[in-house]
Write a new protein. Sequence first.
Length: 322
Amino acid sequence: MRILIIGAGALGGYFGARLLDNGASVTFLLRERRARQIRERGLMVISPFGNTTIARPAVVSRDALAREPVLYDAILVGCKAYDLDDTMDAFAPAVGKDTAIVPLLNGIAHLERLKTRFNEANVLGGFCLISAALDDEGSVRHLNDTHQLYFGELDGRVSTRVRQLEACFEGARCEAIASGRIVSQMWEKWVQIATAAGMTSLMRASIGTVITAGGVAFANALFDECADVARKAGYPLSDAAEARIRSVVTDPASCVTASMMKDIERGAQIEADHLIGEMIRIRDAEVLIGQAEATQHFALLDLVSLHLASYGLRQSAEAGLQ
């Protein structure tokens, strides 16, 4: 199975290196700066589960792929939602009628964007559970003891291509899980991410700090709103998932801050519309047209969205002054 991985950052670099160590056929689609860095130093992973260096991984540039298209069996896509349109243009020459596109973005809205840009049959669901980052030298540093990658057909079938991708990971130093309920699991992660991002972005503090400051009711109320959206969309959380996520977002010992908060603190672009705005749109689609509550409704999700939108406007204004 020929696999193309978009980028070699924290996600792509980690799982790509694990696949290469396992003997899989992997190529990275890279920008020139990252390609040069890897040519000079190799692809390095530092992890509690074992370090590795891939001296010369196969790489291809966007221009080279456009000039000489090569079709791949599977494409792993781990970009930010605001970069998805450009990313799809970059890897489009690699997509054939049987190519499995596995997006590793948080949220749900990107699935429709991918199905619109390509054939619906090309698109699988997927997500990762891992904390990793690139250090100043370009090495991938795995920061926790979780390194799971879930993927599966949107209709729940355990297809031949899903089994083939699973086989590529068999024996690798990570957990790759072929799922028959991938969309439900994506919703579960989205609810958790939206709750954690809302909490830590609003309060500019870790989950543990917010809870210690008296934020248990706030965390539970925000979680309830997000879980209610999932229920109305047809993906109610199981009792086990609800208990697990509540435990995570009300843990007074947690040092976790959402990546969105980290992006805000460094003045970077954020996925506000994809993660929070889309959840609000799904929520409000359930409100009957003309109902009084449609214009009066304002909840914690709206507060999070207002905060993030204000940040985005301020960021744009500051960029315009430079």
